[in-house]
Design a protein around this ligand. Structure first.
Ligand SMILES: [Zn+2]
Length: 87
């Protein structure tokens, strides 16, 4: 039985997915059977990402994007809490 080559394998070195740049060829993780690739985030962190998640847009940074969003969200909450507290 031959399967069509996965589109995830068309990921190439130099491809960019939001903050992530691909810096290695894809390999299959023997434990989970997922295709992974080494990526470098714009913030400088190098990590391994699951290609499938990256291609569909689930993973767009090393995590710093989420942290930034989270801290902005927290800042909003704090301001909100302060406003409530002053009344
Ligand atoms: Zn990052």
């Amino acid at each position: 039985m031959t399967r069509k080559p996965s589109r995830f394998l068309s990921v190439e070195i130099g491809d960019e997915y939001d903050r992530l740049t691909v810096i290695s060829k894809p390999w299959k993780c023997p434990r989970f059977g997922q295709w992974k690739v080494r990526v470098k985030c714009k913030c400088g962190i190098v990590k391994d990402a699951i290609i499938q998640r990256m291609v569909i847009g689930n993973v767009r940074s090393c995590g710093c994007l989420n942290k930034e969003r989270h801290s902005k969200f927290c800042a909003m909450l704090k301001v909100d809490a302060m406003n409530k507290g002053s009344k």
